[in-house]
Design a protein around this ligand. Structure first.
Ligand code: SFD
Ligand code: AMP
Length: 630
């Protein structure tokens, strides 16, 4: 009896298949339901977790980071495109950013209608955190959005369905057309074959490719959720899609050890960050910004440059770096007219400070409580996190997607909006690249845009792609192989985690993280790397790829961990290859090429890559930056 015989094959045929249940996927389900009803089409969503609390917004959020305020005329689309482009040192697609930005406000209004509490001032206007960010009481943000997505699917009756706790391993292909996806349940012995006319990849970004700062008892505490492990990158790469900005990782600065957000402190409370001696490095090191012009002098200073100035302090041993919460609160309270108002203001600020964490990073509030921190009395340490891949925040990695008909130049438009270079395969949120600063609201909005287009694709291509049953059987055997490996060799040693015949996924992940940390510019190497280091890293990754065959799993949960690591390896390789290709340093606070320490005009372009499914080779290419709005 084969191991695969223990797993029942469930075949699901649908029209639009949405992969993931996060912000982009929920937006997609909501929008798709509307258009699917018109055309009598079926929509199926698959999430590895439970939609109510899955993805980056699982713990909630304390702000919506993209709200333009177009109706009130506060800002224009051009303002937003300029902001995003400057923050990414010139490397973004105007058409994609503008397309999301022109629709994002209406998504935010929907969230409010569905019950999300948004802070209001006395005049009833939203309370801004910064120019583009608005404050929310967002502990239940994801639950509210997931409920709306589920309700929209329910409206379709038997034509709307969602599967939870089903882990997607990879794509099903019919030539150059994406024909569906395969995966398995992490709770039941079921192997899923989803056949679809169009597929939307929205499985988030990638964490734990680099060695995290939190190891040992802290492992799993990272800024980015431990559940998003590279499925989008793997899926799109494996399908043969062209990828973009795979070198642009995100290194957030966060409250140290529990990774609490800093946005409210910097923007709402106007706090300063200083070195251990109390010097404001944004002032003392302002001259350094001249080395990164024109971006060094734009306002606000790009996230990676803010990081860089801080890293220079650390490199000179001038850390710990502190967020001066105490000074910021004092400054605000000082402005109160009388003592009574001052007291009330202080109480309000204290509440807001704690709620900022309780709404989105509960563990930071716990750390403050357990270390007796009173933010009004003492500063708190901040630090640069390990790198993550999140194209929707201040990174840029993801699939290269077709732009909107009315905005994109010919070079950026080859088919339906948000379709990758693979027929029938769409991407949104962290899965689509070169359109940073979407955040939660923009990812939801991009999911809507992509789903509408993916439904149009189903209408134009009504045939169900063909999939060879032998290919499916081969994929099934490959997916469950780690279970077989474990059962075959488990009695060879007493310790289930140590065995010369196999490697457990956790050990495998540690090895990957060590390689990336030391060779690709992780925390231990102060985010620095070079050609020789990257080449050595690639060589070591090749050995790791060979060891994929030896991955072993005791149960389906561990099987998921095996596949998460297979996904991570592809993210790691595309990252190293693209850093290597781009012979300059453009985002010094994300990674620094010691052999090419400056930014170069000739590299003001996209660095794209593609894994060729026919040859197994990686192809690298430059793509032009076309300014649409200036
Ligand atoms: O400020 C599979 N983000 C913030 N956005 C805001 O608007 N405001 C904030 O306050 C934000 N903050 C923040 C943010 C992110 C993180 C990690 C933190 C704090 C700690 C950004 C947004 O959260 C982000 O832009 C969106 O959530 C991106 O949406 P999307 O859909 O691309 O990713 P997702 O929501 O994480 O969902 C991913 C889904 O995929 C599933 N999944 N399903 C099946 N098979 C597989 N193999 C799968 N792998 C993953 C997941 O379960 C999930 O459903 S602030 O601090 O920065
Ligand atoms: P964060 O909590 O760091 O994710 O920040 C939330 C939002 O505020 C994001 O849009 C950030 O880009 C922005 N932000 C955070 N810190 C600063 C800062 N010092 N200056 C300008 N924008 C910031």
């Amino acid at each position: 009896m084969e191991i695969t015989d223990n797993f029942e094959t469930i075949e699901v045929t649908t029209d639009l298949l949405i992969l993931g249940g996060g912000m982009a996927a929920c937006g997609a389900a909501f929008e798709a339901a509307h258009w699917a009803k018109k055309h009598n089409l079926k929509v199926t969503l698959v999430d590895k977790a439970a939609m109510d609390r899955s993805g980056a917004v699982a713990m909630g959020l304390s702000a919506i980071n993209q709200y333009i305020g177009l109706k009130t005329g506060e800002n224009t689309l051009q303002d937003y495109v300029d902001y995003v482009k400057n923050d990414l040192m010139g490397i973004v697609r105007d058409d994609l950013v503008a397309n999301i930005a022109r629709h994002v406000d209406s998504s935010v209004h929907l969230f409010e209608k569905w019950g999300l509490p948004i802070w209001k001032d006395e005049q009833g206007n939203y309370v801004n955190e910064g120019r583009w960010q608005i404050m929310i009481n967002g502990e239940s943000y994801k639950t509210i959005v997931a409920e709306a997505a589920k309700n929209a699917l329910a409206e379709l009756g038997k034509n709307g369905e969602y599967y939870e706790k089903v882990f997607i391993t990879g794509p099903l292909m019919d030539g150059n057309r994406c024909a569906g996806a395969v995966g398995f349940s992490v709770r039941e012995n079921k192997f899923y074959v989803f056949k679809a006319k169009s597929v939307l990849a929205a499985m988030g970004g990638t964490v734990h490719v680099f060695k995290p700062r939190s190891v040992g008892e802290g492992l799993g505490r990272s800024w980015y959720p431990p559940f998003n492990s590279g499925a989008s990158t793997y899926f799109t790469l494996k399908a043969g899609a062209e990828m973009t900005c795979q070198e642009i990782r995100f290194v957030p600065v966060r409250f140290k050890d529990a990774y609490g957000p800093v946005g409210a402190w910097f923007l709402l409370f106007k706090a300063k960050a200083t070195n251990a001696m109390g010097e404001d490095y944004m002032e003392t090191r302002a001259d350094e910004l001249n080395n990164w012009l024109p971006y060094g002098k734009v306002k606000p200073t790009p996230a990676n440059l803010r990081n860089y100035l801080m890293m220079l302090e650390v490199n000179e041993g001038k850390h710990p770096i502190y967020m001066r919460t105490d000074e910021a609160i004092r400054e605000i309270v000082k402005k109160a007219e009388d003592e009574k108002t001052a007291k009330r203001t202080l109480k309000k600020l204290e509440n807001e400070a704690w709620e900022d964490f309780l709404d989105m990073t509960v563990s930071q509030a716990l750390l403050w409580a357990s270390t007796n921190v009173k933010p009004e009395e003492q500063p708190s340490e901040i630090a640069a996190c390990e790198p993550y891949f999140i194209g929707s925040h201040s990174g840029g990695s993801g699939a290269w997607v077709s732009g909107p008909e009315d905005l994109a130049p010919q070079e950026y438009r080859w088919d339906f909006p948000n379709m990758t270079t693979v027929q029938g395969l769409f991407a949104a949120g962290d899965a689509s690249g070169a359109s940073s600063h979407k955040f939660s609201s923009g990812s939801f909005t991009e999911g809507r845009i992509a789903a509408k287009a993916a439904i149009s694709f189903c209408v134009d291509f009504p045939d169900i792609p063909s999939i060879s049953p032998t290919a499916v059987e081969e994929i099934k055997a490959e997916i469950f192989k780690p279970l077989e490996t474990y059962s075959k060799f488990k009695d060879y040693s007493i310790d289930p985690n140590i065995n010369p015949n196999f490697v457990k996924p956790k050990m495998f992940m540690f090895r990957l993280q060590k390689i990336m940390d030391e060779y690709a510019g992780g925390v231990s190497n102060a985010f620095r790397t070079s050609k020789p280091l990257l080449e050595k890293g690639l060589e070591l990754l090749r050995f790791m790829r060979e060891d994929v065959e030896k991955l072993a799993a005791e149960d389906t949960h561990e099987l998921m961990r095996c596949w998460e690591n297979i996904h991570r390896i592809w993210q790691a390789e595309s990252h190293i290859r693209t850093i290597l290709f781009r012979e300059e340093t453009r985002w010094p606070g994300y990674y620094f090429r010691t052999d090419f320490p400056k930014m170069k005009e000739e590299w003001k372009c996209f660095a794209n890559c593609r894994w060729n499914p026919e040859t197994g080779d990686w192809e690298m290419k430059k793509r032009e930056i076309i300014d649409l709005i200036d």
